[in-house]
Design a protein around this ligand. Sequence first.
Ligand SMILES: *[C@@H]1O[C@H](CO)[C@@H](O)[C@H](O)[C@H]1NC(C)=O
Ligand SMILES: *[C@@H]1O[C@H](CO)[C@@H](O)[C@H](O)[C@H]1NC(C)=O
Ligand SMILES: *[C@@H]1O[C@H](CO)[C@@H](O)[C@H](O)[C@H]1NC(C)=O
Ligand SMILES: *[C@@H]1O[C@H](CO)[C@@H](O)[C@H](O)[C@H]1NC(C)=O
Ligand SMILES: *[C@@H]1O[C@H](CO)[C@@H](O)[C@H](O)[C@H]1NC(C)=O
Ligand SMILES: *[C@@H]1O[C@H](CO)[C@@H](O)[C@H](O)[C@H]1NC(C)=O
Ligand SMILES: *[C@@H]1O[C@H](CO)[C@@H](O)[C@H](O)[C@H]1NC(C)=O
Ligand SMILES: *[C@@H]1O[C@H](CO)[C@@H](O)[C@H](O)[C@H]1NC(C)=O
Ligand SMILES: *[C@@H]1O[C@H](CO)[C@@H](O)[C@H](O)[C@H]1NC(C)=O
Ligand SMILES: *[C@@H]1O[C@H](CO)[C@@H](O)[C@H](O)[C@H]1NC(C)=O
Ligand SMILES: [Cu+2]
Length: 556
Amino acid sequence: MDARIRILVIVACFFPVLVESAVRHYKFDVVLKNTARLCSSKPIVTVNGKFPGPTLYAREDDTVIVKVTNHVKYNVSIHWHGVRQLRTGWSDGPAYITQCPIPTGKSYVYNFTVTGQRGTLLWHAHILWLRSTVHGAIVILPKRGVPYPFPKPQKEVVVVLAEWWKSDTEAVINEALKSGLAPNVSDAHTINGHPGPVSSCPSQGGFKLPVDTGKTYLLRLINAALNEELFFKIAGHTLTVVEVDATYVKPFKTDTILIAPGQTTNVLVSADKTAGKYMVAASPFMDAPIAVDNLTATATLHYSGTLDNSPTTLTPTPPKNATSVANSFINSLRALNSKQFPALVPQTIDHNLYFTVGLGINSCPSCKAGNGSPVVASINNVTFVMPTTALLQAHYFNISGVFTTDFPSKPPHVFNYSGTPPKNLQTMSGTKVFKLAYNSTVQLVLQDTGIISPENHPIHLHGFNFYAVGRGIGNYNPKTDPQNFNLVDPVERNTIGVPSGGWVAIRFRADNPGVWFLHCHLEVHTTWGLKMAFLVENGKGPNQSILPPPSDLPKC
Ligand SMILES: *[C@@H]1O[C@H](CO)[C@@H](O)[C@H](O)[C@H]1NC(C)=O
Ligand SMILES: *[C@@H]1O[C@H](CO)[C@@H](O)[C@H](O)[C@H]1NC(C)=O
Ligand SMILES: *[C@@H]1O[C@H](CO)[C@@H](O)[C@H](O)[C@H]1NC(C)=O
Ligand SMILES: *[C@@H]1O[C@H](CO)[C@@H](O)[C@H](O)[C@H]1NC(C)=O
Ligand SMILES: *[C@@H]1O[C@H](CO)[C@@H](O)[C@H](O)[C@H]1NC(C)=O
Ligand SMILES: *[C@@H]1O[C@H](CO)[C@@H](O)[C@H](O)[C@H]1NC(C)=O
Ligand SMILES: *[C@@H]1O[C@H](CO)[C@@H](O)[C@H](O)[C@H]1NC(C)=O
Ligand SMILES: *[C@@H]1O[C@H](CO)[C@@H](O)[C@H](O)[C@H]1NC(C)=O
Ligand SMILES: *[C@@H]1O[C@H](CO)[C@@H](O)[C@H](O)[C@H]1NC(C)=O
Ligand SMILES: *[C@@H]1O[C@H](CO)[C@@H](O)[C@H](O)[C@H]1NC(C)=O
Ligand SMILES: [Cu+2]
């Protein structure tokens, strides 16, 4: 019997009333595994030899203990994406931000409690490009006896979308860092590990989802891709969206989902046909002149009783530049905002921040890369330099010289962000954080720049959920745009797309002390420096300080 089941049985037998939450134990072994995809076989870095990795199940209020042991040549760390980690930043996972990575041959025990959250999230490696194959689902069930705020599905299915490279992904990004240019795009998208039949390998089987007529299914969709936002749809079936990023939304129907890397979306699908096979499709969204992997990953919704060789009902996918399809999905999202699950949108603001996000070109005459002008990325013109001591450690132990607290609250130079870029595309480098007092409220407007090209950036904030109160195209206008903010039922998320050539406004309460990463979830942009961190100070109350670090915290 595995430890998790054993604990549940003990709980059920001996402490049925006293113990409400359980401790769930998991063992993650990071190992190389030979895996065949696209008719080729290559060793990839995995957790427990699985691609996608194992699903981590928990219930709201449970404590989750994951012992991660590193058996590969890379240093690794794992991030529990979207888990708030209240006071437990030591278990958040981004390498050199909250912890030093786990060296080869060593273990680290992640230990966190899931508080006030239920739904679908994901875990993934948070170092190098290892998350391309080191990722999996987190399923947080509601507290025992608490129903979903939507009709109970007959079955739940995790659906992980990702990208597959024929080459080793570390070779792909290292080649790009040498050239100073964009890395190669992936060779296929995948649905639960499979691209479906593709021209380069027509015999490749795809993921098959068996369904029974009359039943309703909850699909827990995750975008674990490195660099691409995806459209998702199922031929002949309407999807009812009920949750994003482990927060409930007002249910709405759509035939197409938009999901960015790091985002999750729960949808209900009713198997309302009598029989047949229906195509499930994941295809890229890119409304800027930037190269993407334009292959569609396919899977099959297969009604019971339908012969394997019967034809599949196909669906067209939106063109990759279908901004209107993307907008229509985004504009339909609203927090459920019920009595039980209220939207606690900060109504007053302590910190009013304006951050530009985008690319740049560094002048580096001694660099071979890009003939001395490699592409970089920045927030407020700061290209983040990874420290060699983890920021949280430096903060907690008062180690000076690791970071400075002068991250700019607004762009250092005003220009037409969404229009013609300035002549000088150079950025500055630094390891800068922005300090927030405990429980202060933040409004952050993220503004895309047109430097090199405007582009949609899915920005992820660690340690918090935020409310997406406004969004627009062009430059944010601080006088007129706030008048249109939704402060009643804006969607609550942890990862949000900044529209290409536009802006998005988010609000959150800094009620979690620690050091929290904010970065683009397109891994190529993170690598190039589109990242920064918030340092949230301890509060004065008894439970308002970061907990001491665990004794097995890796050293740098
Ligand atoms: C997890 O953290 C809690 C609270 O800090 C602590 O009491 C417990 O001993 C830890 N468990 C493990 C296995 O490290
Ligand atoms: C990137 O693509 C180019 C052109 O197709 C190819 O020559 C090169 O080997 C690729 N790099 C890697 C690391 O796969
Ligand atoms: C897809 O991408 C490939 C390689 O970049 C390109 O040759 C092809 O024309 C593209 N196809 C479409 C339909 O955009
Ligand atoms: C999308 O791309 C297609 C083909 O490249 C082009 O014809 C069309 O005008 C584009 N649509 C939009 C809305 O930009
Ligand atoms: C760090 O400095 C703060 C404020 O000066 C102090 O309260 C705290 O005890 C110090 N922490 C350590 C680990 O030295
Ligand atoms: C900024 O650039 C856009 C796009 O070129 C243009 O429409 C707009 O008028 C410019 N705004 C200002 C203030 O110059
Ligand atoms: C960014 O910083 C660099 C280096 O200090 C400076 O040359 C450049 O003008 C700045 N650009 C913007 C848009 O702030
Ligand atoms: C945070 O501030 C809000 C509003 O000022 C207050 O209602 C709440 O009690 C504070 N929370 C904590 C944990 O201090
Ligand atoms: C602090 O946390 C402990 C343990 O979770 C709890 O028992 C206690 O009531 C909390 N104290 C306050 C003032 O919230
Ligand atoms: C991996 O971690 C070890 C121990 O902290 C460190 O000595 C080594 O330099 C790291 N390797 C890389 C490639 O960063
Ligand atoms: Cu980006």
